[in-house]
Design a protein around this ligand. Sequence first.
Ligand SMILES: *Cc1c(COP(=O)(O)O)cnc(C)c1O
Length: 430
Amino acid sequence: MKFYNLKENDEKVSFAGAVKQGLGRNQGLFFPEEVPHFDNIEQLLAMPFVERSVKVLHPFVGEDLTEQALTQIITDAFNFPAQIQPINESRAILELFHGPTLAFKDFGARFMARCLQTFSANKKITILTATSGDTGAAVAHAFHGIDNIRVVILYPKGKISLLQEKMFTTLGGNIETIAVDGDFDDCQALVKQSFDDQKLKDAIGLNSANSINISRLLAQICYYFEAVAQLYRQQGKTGLENLVFSVPSGNFGNLTAGLFAKAMGLPIKRFIAATNANDTVPRYLQTGEWSPNETVATMSNAMDVSNPNNWPRVEHMLKSGLVDKDCVSSVSIDEEQTQMTMIAIAKLGYITEPHAAVAYKALQYNANSDEFGVFLGTAHPAKFKEVVESTLGQPIALPKELADCATESILSVDKSNEFSELRAYLLADN
Ligand SMILES: *Cc1c(COP(=O)(O)O)cnc(C)c1O
């Protein structure tokens, strides 16, 4: 299958090309020429996770990866589960945080790292990526030790938690980290500017591991299928006719993957895109006007994004009829509601963190009584230890992954948000 540039439709590349290039001309996002539709959903849902994931992704990547190669990549990448946990009779959480960096981004980053390694052979590649927290950790761990790939990660200095920072700035080796004097949107802008700079791109073999990379999105489709499979297995189909997924959204990659799953025939009725105070999308869906405000810092900081880079893909899916045009609604949840919700969920016997709490609260607002709501648990509560402990008034144990890196030292360098400074750094070190 070919992937085309949503901005300049005549640019078409293979899956390998889209993975290596990241972004197309004029910063256009790649999008599959066709979205496969499965009529044998029941049969797919009956399969084990890895085997089903191969079936789900093969139509997208079949030109560039044999079924055997894809099986190997998925087996290595998805070596941890996605798990449904019921909360009450009409709510369940899909826990996506059982990977090495305790966040859902491990699925996409690990899949991408293995695809890129396969496609790049011995060519030198530089991954440049911006993170508001969890991407950095997932990408750093996914690529750490892959020799021909240099990884440079930008993050907003002082705007992520110390533990989050330690999860990606302490590895060293082929992982370089830069603390930028600015916010996440500044970091994202620097990445975009770098990709616009053809000379720089060629000189260092630039690639991005952000959720603009199609391989990350494709990987994420697989856990939506897994969620529905587990729900059917746990409670049968009765009561699950109207499934609603509430997705804590920042760059809207996770939502995009869910929409792909729906377009492929997975029986999900609709989606709620839950945001924090950075509410560009909920305002847009209400008024039709795209007017990002200044990004504000919140407890759910991985969603502190006011100009979500995957939105053009979502918009394309809604407008082209790949999914029903009103299958996405969006709700913004403020800080106080987020904390109250964490307390409310704790009373139901489940400890959660701010991102999942935002998604749960959006369900409480937006889901009807005949709908079953699944919200995505995008990070382990221990990654947000400070806020979880102060909100719930009880201690949270650190899982081994976090305890191990908490004692290491941060290896980052500081930079301004000037592109020229970053450019010099990237070229000098090459
Ligand atoms: C990245 C992230 C999100 C937002 O996901 P998008 O795909 O960018 O919308 C939500 N929660 C957590 C914990 C994250 O790390």
